[in-house]
Design a protein around this ligand. Structure first.
Ligand code: NAD
Ligand code: MG
Length: 385
């Protein structure tokens, strides 16, 4: 039996993970589940899986969660501390699928437990890459990438001799506005921007996919997972989302991982690793797909990608500043307080505005995060004035 904890169990990645775990009750035993505010979703998942502990991020919801779990053997907890406690219960395998910087501390707690951490929360590596990977080494934890590109690279990578690799190519769908002009993007509402052509995902990552900031965050994430030098990473737009990424070797061989766009495939890879498990995912039918297209990304229409590339090259606190400003701007866009093009503009302005020293601990990362959020809020006030 493998013991399982899912951080962010009610989200897109969390529910896909539950779907797989619940298919094999003889193989997986659920220890803890967490959510931010969805008491109904969390308690239903805890009842179905017989989880030992369920934690809700919003401390005010403790009573409601307790009532929803009455008569079950599941203990209820609430607040940031309870989410961290869920991450610290020593599961063999933890899915880190909280969205945004809110996922950093729980992910760190899971790494400190020394088990396997399946990482979907890319913001953990973007904001605190060195701190996280050092902690994983120190505690003997295994970090397995869930993000489809990174999972593809992991499967194609020569882990024993990475010097044989000359290039890593991350594919990008191009998002819903791949063929749109800047003018057409200017007034697009959030309901349209969250409609991704290939993947069904949470709202924040869907907006990041539309601005291509997601690919920028993924470049930074990849650089921490596969430390062969930032200059070896490239982005290639591939609208069908069939080739999930590629690794090129010094002899010119290119290995790719392919599949239908269903996150349950990479999640299953990390869940069963180093073994494999069955999934209900649709099988790839290349005759039906017919053709695979590729094109270079357009940094002119999608400036967020360029900002992330610059932050990756500069290093230090720049990626954490980029991430925090982006989180604030995306939330404002989703709340209809900001236009689509303003997202990258705000991130650019915050990067111009502040340049804090490189963080050396998770506390330092949160200091940078708070500074950048405050700077983004100031910018938005000025925009609104
Ligand atoms: P989502 O919005 O669907 O779910 C987020 C989960 O985090 C929910 O369970 C929510 O309750 C929880 N959460 C949110 N804020 C919280 C807080 N402050 N404290 C505690 N819990 C909180 O998001 P998602 O699409 O499942 O994405 C999760 C992570 O995985 C993100 O970092 C995203 O970039 C990454 N990811 C997602 C996909 C995908 O296909 N959805 C693919 C690759 C990577
Ligand atoms: Mg991805």
């Amino acid at each position: 039996m493998k013991t399982i904890t899912i951080l962010g169990a009610t989200g897109s990645i969390g529910t896909s993970t539950l779907d797989l775990v619940e298919r094999e009750p003889d193989r997986f035993e659920v220890v803890a589940l967490t959510a931010n505010s969805d008491v109904a979703g969390l308690s239903a998942a805890a009842r179905r899986t017989g989880a030992k502990f369920a934690a809700i991020g919003d401390a005010a919801l403790l009573g409601e969660l307790r009532a929803a779990l009455a008569g079950t053997g599941t203990e209820a907890g609430a607040g940031e501390g309870a989410v961290a406690e869920a991450a610290s219960m020593g599961a063999d395998w933890t899915m880190a699928a909280i969205v945004g910087a809110a996922g950093l501390r729980p992910t760190m707690r899971a790494l400190e437990g020394g088990g396997t951490v399946a990482l979907a929360n890319k913001e953990s590596l973007v904001c605190a890459g060195a701190v996280m990977t050092q902690a994983a080494r120190r505690h003997g934890a295994t970090l397995l990438p869930v993000d489809s590109e990174h999972n593809a690279i992991f499967q194609c990578y020569d882990h024993d001799a990475p010097e044989r690799i000359s290039r890593v190519i991350l594919t990008a769908s191009g998002g819903p506005f791949r063929t749109w002009t800047t003018e057409e993007m200017r007034s697009v509402p959030p309901e349209r921007a969250v409609q991704h052509p290939n993947w069904s995902m949470g709202a924040k990552i869907s907006i990041d996919s539309a601005t291509l900031m997601n690919k920028g965050l993924e470049l930074i994430e990849a650089h921490h997972l596969f430390p062969i030098g930032a200059e070896r990473f490239e982005v290639l737009v591939h609208p069908q989302s069939v080739v999930h990424s590629m690794v090129e070797y010094v002899d010119g061989s290119v290995l790719a991982q392919l599949g239908t766009p269903d996150m349950r495939t990479p999640i299953a890879h990390t869940l069963a690793w180093p073994d494999r498990m069955e999934t209900p995912c649709a099988r790839l039918d290349l005759a039906k797909v017919g053709r695979l297209d590729f094109e270079a990304p357009d940094l002119g229409r999608f400036p967020a990608l360029g900002l992330a590339l610059a932050a990756l090259k500069a290093g230090g606190a720049r990626p954490a500043v980029l991430n925090a400003a982006n989180e604030v701007a995306v939330a404002a866009f989703l709340g209809k307080r900001l236009g689509f093009l303003d997202i990258a503009a705000i991130v650019q302005e915050v990067l111009d505005d502040i340049d804090p020293p490189a963080p050396e601990s998770l506390d330092d990362v949160f200091t940078v995060d708070a500074l950048a959020r405050a700077a983004a809020a100031r910018r938005m006030e000025r925009l609104a004035a």
